[in-house]
Design a protein around this ligand. Structure first.
Ligand SMILES: [Fe+2]
Ligand SMILES: [Fe+2]
Length: 396
């Protein structure tokens, strides 16, 4: 339902369909694209360019109290939604997951019980979103905020495990349990002292022993959670076990490690590698795949590594790429027929260092001559990508 609202009544989460009135500035039309209002800054920006009132679509508005039901509508009702819309929903779901994760970590570190049913509900939301539009959710997960590593890492491992399990055509209950396990796989880290957890240099042998204990702390933290499926507990217990028996905490080897433990080891390691900020441009996913392949057989299940790489793809969704033309964009959809030519949303001119009107470039189309030159790390750009993402990708 459309509703006209004065700019003062506009709030975060509302879906703006159009600008109704503005005080004469031509700039307003450019700023006020359709989309969900993601931050108070966007509202300030609209005010600054003279917007007086807007048309809001109440059906698309995401409310603070019921984001899951809003974003995780059944797949068949979402057919007509644009990718930007889906991205906005996925982004909201991801932010909600971060909040929940932060609360749970807080509770555990203070020795309080945490609400498992909220996690179960969230994993349902993730499953629906994965089946509705996996690419949108993976895209949202690539917008890392460097200060939130533990939170984001856990959510990303959950997502990767969900996508991987779906690719392997595992039953729905397993997919949900793996997502839950991913959310919680590192909860034990809250019991490890910050000085060790965030130490920039190499850990001493004693510190390393304590760091490794995060797995046992995690097992203990969920021991009394009857609602948590066994598969999720295996993810927590076995994600650092390695095929050659040199992992921890139990030193399990070969078949002693469950399928879920093996999948978790791969997803966990992959996300840890792609989150390392010291690598150069062009090494993003390829670097992680190389490490996984190198250690397969000894650490990781060779067959599963092969399947994981196929599932993630050469240019994972969310990757920033520079095109031959000098345009910079984000991979927003894989191309199954031709993995080297995915769908890109370009938004920046790399050579002239300025933003351009964002638009989709489908490298899969026959007449499209542009191609991917290399991948780029968000950190090597002078642009605040997460902020850009919130302000423009979601409303483009
Ligand atoms: Fe871990
Ligand atoms: Fe981890």
């Amino acid at each position: 339902m459309f509703k006209k609202l004065p700019i003062e009544s506009l709030s975060v989460g509302m879906y703006v369909e159009a600008v109704a009135e503005r005080s004469g500035s031509a700039q307003a039309a450019k700023v006020a694209k359709k989309g969900i209002i993601k931050s108070p800054e966007v509202i300030e920006k609209l005010k600054a360019v003279g917007v007086i009132s807007v048309i809001v679509d109440t059906a698309k508005t995401i409310t603070e109290t019921s984001p899951t039901s809003e974003v995780a509508a059944p797949a068949n009702s979402n057919k007509a939604r644009s990718f930007s819309d889906k991205l906005a929903s996925a982004h909201a779901l991801y932010q909600q997951a971060k909040q929940l994760q932060a609360q749970a970590l807080d509770n555990i570190s203070e020795g309080r019980a945490f609400d498992m049913s909220a996690f179960v509900e969230l994993s349902d939301g993730f499953v629906e979103s994965l089946f509705d539009d996996q690419d949108a959710l993976l895209c949202a997960s690539m917008m890392k905020n460097k200060d939130d590593y533990l939170l984001e890492h856990s959510i990303n491992v959950a997502l990767l495990l969900g996508a991987f399990a779906r690719y392997l055509e595992r039953p729905m209950e397993e997919i949900k349990a793996l997502i839950l396990g991913g959310f919680l796989h590192d909860v034990g880290k809250v019991k490890v002292a910050d000085g060790i957890l965030k130490k920039p240099g190499k850990l001493t042998p004693e510190e390393y022993q304590e760091m490794k204990r995060h797995v046992e702390y995690g097992i203990a933290a969920v021991a009394n959670q009857a609602q948590l499926p066994q598969i999720a507990k295996q993810v927590i217990a076995e994600h650092h076990e390695r095929l050659n028996g040199k992992g921890y905490p139990a030193g399990l080897s070969g078949d002693e490690i469950s399928l879920y433990g093996r999948m978790a080891a791969i997803a966990d390691c992959y996300d840890a590698i792609i989150s390392v900020r010291c690598y150069k441009d062009g090494e993003v996913a390829g670097r992680a795949f190389k490490i996984l392949l190198n250690d397969s057989g000894s650490h990781f299940d060779t067959e599963l590594v092969g399947k994981f790489i196929k599932c993630i793809g050469v240019y994972p969704v969310g990757t920033l790429v520079e095109l031959k033309s000098g345009r910079l964009g984000m991979v927003i959809r894989k191309n199954l027929q031709n993995p080297l030519r995915p769908l890109i949303k370009v938004f920046y001119n790399w050579r002239q260092k300025h933003f351009i009107e964002s638009r989709e470039v489908d490298l899969g189309r026959t007449f499209e001559e542009d191609e991917i030159e290399r991948t780029v790390r968000a950190e090597s750009l002078s642009i605040d990508i997460p902020r850009y993402f919130e302000e423009f990708m979601l409303t483009g």
